[in-house]
Design a binder for this molecule. Structure first.
Ligand code: FES
Length: 113
């Protein structure tokens, strides 16, 4: 079931924003008229991707050690992280941004730090 988490018009472009959905921390990133949702905890160590994370080319870079994760499929493109981060379905309905956290789109395990 999708949960409304934000208004599209309130989200800054290419800037990670943390939201919590059903107790799951989510890193939300607006890319123009699109929005991606990825689990907010880096798979390398317990660190928030939205805390200082930078977005380049549809990837979010962890601010602690620099691994970048695809906002499309959650896979890291650089070390030290080697495990993907869960990604979630986003629906945009008018100005409403909704996320379904019932299943990770990419099948990645939930970080268990
Ligand atoms: S905690 Fe994210 S790369 Fe190390």
């Amino acid at each position: 079931m999708a949960t409304r988490v934000a208004s599209l018009s309130d989200l800054p472009d290419v800037t990670p924003v943390r939201v919590d959905v059903e107790g799951i921390p989510i890193c939300l990133v607006r890319l123009g008229g699109d929005v991606r949702a990825i689990h907010d905890v880096c798979s390398h160590e317990e660190w928030s991707l939205s805390d200082g994370g930078q977005v380049f080319d549809a990837e979010v870079e962890c601010s602690l050690h620099g691994s970048s994760f695809s906002l499309d499929d959650g896979h890291p493109s650089s070390l030290p992280a080697m495990v993907p981060v869960p990604t979630y379905a986003v629906t945009i309905d008018g100005d409403d941004v909704l996320i379904d956290v019932s299943v990770a789109l990419n099948g990645a395990p939930t970080p268990d730090f």
